[in-house]
Each structure stands twice: as structure tokens, then as C-alpha cells.
Design a protein around this ligand. Structure first.
Ligand SMILES: [Zn+2]
Length: 186
């Protein structure tokens, strides 16, 4: 229950949280592709992992690498400062992390099912955002390491991604243009 007194305290804490998140994501130069707040850009405005991907693609522009480039850029498109975060977002992140830790667990055996209200009703918007950011440090690390495997799957089993065919083609085109532009720049 939020009383007038705790509301004041909360809003102070919320201000601090938002200041911290803005510093992490808005006030520093981040990797142009993945925008990861801890893997800062080293070469051509990219972090090591994205630059390696760009270099590999430039050497051998396969669909697989093109998709991996696109996945890296998509990670960067989710901005924890502005992304609409609510209780359900946090519930899904708990599930995602749990299924990464216990991949053999039954899908019906989900301890976080219906926990969205608990998050939504007891945490302020800024606190939810902070949780979102902290979780993203886990889920993004996983995506970062799994980009190429995911891209390989999409190329190997195109029938599974058939309904996204146009989107994938569009993304491949964008990856090509982005990498070309990156190496044109001096
Ligand atoms: Zn990056």
C-alpha cells in the first residue's frame, strides 16, 4: 500500500533510478548496433562482438551473418529508458530466465504464472524499469552469445520462419547497407 509518506520516498528513489538509467543508456556513447551499456564501442562505433560480426560479414556476406547483424541491431532497438514496461513484461522476463536455467522444465510448471499483478501493483514504474534493465543484462548476454546460432537456424529451417519471409528479406537488405556504409566511413 502506498501512503503519502512512502510515495514521497518512492518518488525520490524513482528520480535516482531514472537518473541512473539515463546515465547508462543516454549520456554515454554506446555501440551503434546493440546499444549494450556494458560492452562499450571500441572500433567504428561498435562493441567488439558487433565489430567482429561486421568484419565477418564484410569478408563473406552470407544470409546467416546478415541475419546475425540484424539481430544485433534489433537488441539495440529496445531502450530500457522508454520501452513500455509493466508487470507482464517482468513476468515474461522471469519466465525467460527460468527456462534458460532449467531448459528441461515443463512449460505447465511455471512458478511465475500470474505474477504480473504482484509486480505491477507493488513496484513503481521506475522500479519496474530498473528490473527490466537488470534482467536484460542476463537475457541480452544470452542473445549476444546466441545470435549466430539463431541466424543459423533461420537459414537452415526457412520453412519455420516462412511467415516472416518478407521481414527477413528486408532485414538482410538493411544489414547489407549498414555494413557497407560502416566500412565506407573513414
Ligand atoms: Zn554491439
Amino acid at each position: 500500500m502506498v501512503t503519502a509518506t512512502t510515495a514521497t520516498n518512492l518518488s525520490y528513489a524513482d528520480g535516482e533510478i531514472m537518473k541512473h538509467l539515463r546515465w547508462l543508456y543516454k549520456e554515454r556513447r554506446l555501440c551503434q548496433w546493440c546499444q549494450h551499456p556494458k560492452h562499450l564501442p571500441k572500433t567504428k562505433g561498435l562493441c567488439n562482438s558487433c565489430y567482429q560480426l561486421a568484419r565477418d560479414y564484410r569478408k563473406k556476406p552470407t544470409d546467416e551473418l546478415g541475419i546475425a547483424v540484424s539481430l544485433a541491431r534489433r537488441e539495440g532497438s529496445i531502450d530500457p529508458v522508454t520501452y513500455p514496461v509493466d508487470g507482464l513484461t517482468i513476468e515474461s522476463l522471469f519466465e525467460e530466465v527460468a527456462s534458460a536455467v532449467f531448459p528441461w522444465r515443463k512449460i505447465t510448471d511455471n512458478p511465475f504464472f500470474h505474477s504480473a499483478n504482484t509486480w505491477g501493483e507493488n513496484f513503481s514504474k521506475a522500479q519496474l524499469r530498473l528490473l527490466f534493465h537488470e534482467f536484460s543484462m542476463i537475457t541480452r548476454e544470452r542473445q549476444r552469445r546466441g545470435r549466430r546460432a539463431m541466424a543459423f537456424n533461420i537459414v537452415m529451417y526457412p520453412e519455420k520462419y516462412d511467415k516472416h519471409k518478407e521481414e527477413i528479406e528486408q532485414r538482410l537488405l538493411e544489414s547489407k547497407k549498414t555494413v557497407e556504409a560502416l566500412f565506407l566511413r573513414t
